[in-house]
Design a binder for this molecule. Structure first.
Ligand code: FAD
Length: 418
């Protein structure tokens, strides 16, 4: 079933063209070949060299077409080989390209490289652009983002204890990280380090710095890829043991690490939510297709059963509410208004809605729903994981409540129109 994307009357011609062009590639070049493109991943070790090679060639062909159509790297400015899209244009493109799981990589967006690229664009020096950003955008290098620590709560980034100390012209780094995604393939990591102690003078948020660490540096010890959902993974546990890198490897001014992480997460949360909406869109289409065709007990179609009609209605409402909430948040960010309450709201609401929508699709498809023949298993795990990664639900709910209460304590009420 192809994705049905038509021009949206409220959007300008440029955004509509981007969405239609993206949908054309998704429908014609990606959906019909999903088995071949990613089959080797679900088959794991059993995939032959030929199958893997065929998948690689197919992916390169699609990537060439994406570049030809000027739809490559929506997250990057033109001078770094990207589309130079505005924030809203990128958000609207994401819901289309995420219709097919994994398609983002065919459009040049691969986490955590994409987030690292944006940080390097904003905080990197011309030398760092040349040495790290350029090879990263050209696919000659891989990267990881190393912030979370096993012995400290990731939900409170100020608890980080990985320490970087300046000795002469070098940063010396000691610490223990885990869940550094893409850690096995990465050529370098952007490591979040404490560069001042909490009881040193200054604001708590100005005591961290992000530092580029090449993986081959002595003292970088990859302990393991932490298994996730019962499978081996490239989310790595890493011990940094007296790792020395030139002081020029720091990103931005000393003490800007927390701000850089916020920059990464703020816009990133809108993009993630639009991706989730694209996935929900796909799950919905597949669910409705099955409801219309599956016959049960005496040859009656599922579409005549009220339970199933309820699933359609509930998923429709989940997708629309998640989408409109995300667009409202993105518009607020774009307008320069304070979006923090809305960012936290979508960070909680959208993964839950995504979870519910995929859950219903699985139920409708029965055993096939949990099989490797359909994309639901990875969607389901992805939706559940999103409730933890980039800040768990509870932390964001606390932020929403604090922001609301602050306003009411100040004698104002909430203006839901803005
Ligand atoms: C698949 C995956 C990929 C990841 N990739 C990366 C990566 O590339 N780089 C990286 O640095 N990190 C990465 N992470 C880590 C992720 O960002 C953290 O897991 C997340 O920030 C939560 O931190 P934590 O796991 O330490 O949980 P904790 O902070 O220990 O929280 C555990 C639980 O405690 C509860 N809780 C926490 N705070 C509060 C509170 N104030 N009030 C009430 N309840 C609370 C919540 O239920 C929460 O889920 C990844 C995680 C996953 C699962």
């Amino acid at each position: 079933m192809a994705m049905n994307v038509k021009p949206v009357p409220a959007l300008d011609d440029e955004v509509n063209e981007i969405r239609l062009g993206t949908a054309e590639i998704v429908n014609e070049d990606i959906l019909p070949y999903e088995d071949k493109l990613w089959g080797w991943v679900s088959d794991g070790a059993s995939a032959s060299k030929e199958v893997i090679q065929e998948a690689r060639e197919l992916r390169h062909q699609i990537q060439d077409k994406v570049k030809e159509r000027k739809l490559w790297a929506p997250h990057l400015p033109e001078e770094f080989g990207g589309m130079g899209l505005s924030f809203m244009q990128h958000a609207y493109m994401n819901e289309v390209l995420a219709y097919s799981p994994g398609a983002a990589s065919l459009f040049g967006v691969v986490a955590p490289n994409s987030g690292n690229q944006k940080i390097l664009v904003k905080y990197g020096t011309p030398e760092q652009h040349e040495q790290w950003l350029k090879p990263l955008t050209e696919g000659r290098m891989q990267s990881g983002f190393s912030m979370t620590e096993p012995h400290n709560p990731g939900s409170d980034p100020r608890s980080i204890t990985t320490r970087a100390v300046l000795e002469g012209d070098e940063w010396v780094i000691n610490g223990h990280k885990w869940f550094t995604s893409n850690g096995l393939a990465a050529d370098f990591y952007i490591v979040m380090c404490r560069t001042a102690d909490l009881d040193d003078p200054g604001a708590d948020n100005d005591k961290m710095t992000q530092i580029i660490v090449p993986r081959k540096t002595p003292g970088v010890n990859i302990v393991r890829g932490v298994p996730v959902w019962g499978r081996s993974s490239s989310h790595c546990e890493i011990i940094y043991d007296n790792v020395r890198v030139p002081k020029e490897n720091q990103l931005g001014r000393t003490g800007t690490g927390h701000q850089a992480a916020q920059d990464r997460l703020g816009a990133g949360r809108v993009y993630h939510c639009m991706n989730s909406i694209g996935s929900m869109w796909r799950a919905f289409d597949l669910m409705v297709e099955r409801i219309m065709t599956r016959e049960v007990h005496g040859g009656e179609k599922l579409e005549n059963k009220q339970f199933m009609q309820g699933f359609i209605a509930d998923s429709y409402m989940d997708i629309q509410s998640a989408r409109l909430m995300t667009i409202h948040c993105a518009e607020k960010m774009e307008s320069g208004a304070d979006p923090r309450t809305d960012i936290s709201s979508i960070k909680v609401y959208v993964p839950h809605a995504y979870h519910r929508v995929v859950d219903r699709a699985i139920q409708v498809w029965g055993a096939a729903g949990v099989s490797g023949d359909l994309p639901f298993a990875s969607m389901y795990q992805g939706a559940r994981t999103l409730r933890i990664a980039d800040g768990p639900d509870e932390v964001h709910k606390i932020l929403i409540a604090k922001n609301v209460l602050r306003r009411y304590h100040a004698g104002e009420t909430w203006d839901f129109g803005n």
